[in-house]
Design a protein around this ligand. Structure first.
Ligand code: KIV
Length: 271
């Protein structure tokens, strides 16, 4: 099991080193001080203040209603409660619709919230924005594949990259995003085969959620792994309270399974 007491804080360099050594990167979401502190001291390399807070904290049906002020509020709380993990904060729906709005909101997440990197749900139409942020020394995680902020446009939550045409488009998109200056990629709900092919073409670390085992790290929503999210657990997730007596043990068990390649299995992946 992992214990971060004597370890130096994680940086982008740490994440790149982990990738080059082939050691998996363990990531979780957190939105408040108590859970963030537990995740941090359990040794997760990345904490994401995800806009999933719109659903699990605010009780909305989607992430669309989340505002930049909500993200700053939760990011600030998490930033002040952690010492080890690298902190990424989500840019919510419509907070990056042009370059100047994106710069302004990324600046707020970093300066007012304390984020070390911002994540945006992007595709080919955001390349100019990614380039602008990167040229302003703002570290970027680009979230591709299933993009929950686009649920209304996409017509539901669907697995991406299933056909060979879709796979080709996704891989080209990832390459352009990398070339535009993104530092990390987050791949959500992508066929495991496509994720594996994509990861061979990309040099920046790739974190997956429902993207199979052949990526550089895994992320899950904390409340899902604690079995407290309302409704059915997504196929790609796993309830780590099963067989563990405490929340801390459940978090450490998840990190251990990511590191030792026991999570995810075929059961948590899409064809
Ligand atoms: O908002 C979020 O928590 C996310 C994760 C599901 C990756 O984007």
């Amino acid at each position: 099991m992992y214990n971060n007491n004597e370890l130096k804080s994680v940086t982008l360099t740490t994440l790149r080193d982990l990738k080059s050594r082939g050691e998996k990167i363990a990531c979780l979401t957190a939105y408040d001080a108590t859970f963030a502190n537990l995740v941090d001291k359990s040794g997760a390399e990345i904490i994401l203040v995800g806009d999933s807070l719109g659903m699990v904290i605010q009780g909305n049906k989607t992430t669309v209603p989340v505002k930049i002020e909500d993200m700053i509020y939760h990011t600030k709380i998490v930033a002040s409660s952690i010492n080890y993990s690298f902190l990424i904060s989500d840019m919510p729906f419509m907070s990056f619709y042009n370059e100047s709005v994106a710069i302004d909101n990324a600046k707020r997440l970093m300066q007012d919230g304390g984020a070390q990197m911002v994540k945006l749900e992007g595709n080919n139409s955001q390349l100019n924005i990614i380039e602008k942020l990167a040229n302003s020394d703002i570290p970027i995680c680009a979230h591709i594949g299933l993009r929950p902020q686009s649920v209304n446009k996409m017509g539901g939550y669907k697995v991406q990259g299933k056909s060979s045409t879709e796979a080709k488009i996704l891989i080209q998109e990832a390459k352009k995003i990398e070339d535009s200056g993104a530092d990390l990629l987050l791949l959500e709900c992508v066929s495991a085969q496509t994720a594996m092919e994509l990861s061979k073409k990309i040099t920046i670390p790739i974190i997956g959620i429902g993207a199979g085992p052949e990526v550089d790290g895994q992320i899950l929503v904390l409340y899902d792994i604690l079995g407290i999210s309302p409704g059915k657990l997504p196929k790609f997730s796993k309830n780590y309270m099963d067989g563990n007596n405490t929340i801390e043990d459940a978090i450490k068990h998840y990190i251990h399974e990511v590191k030792t390649l026991k999570y995810p299995t075929d059961e948590h992946s899409f064809k």
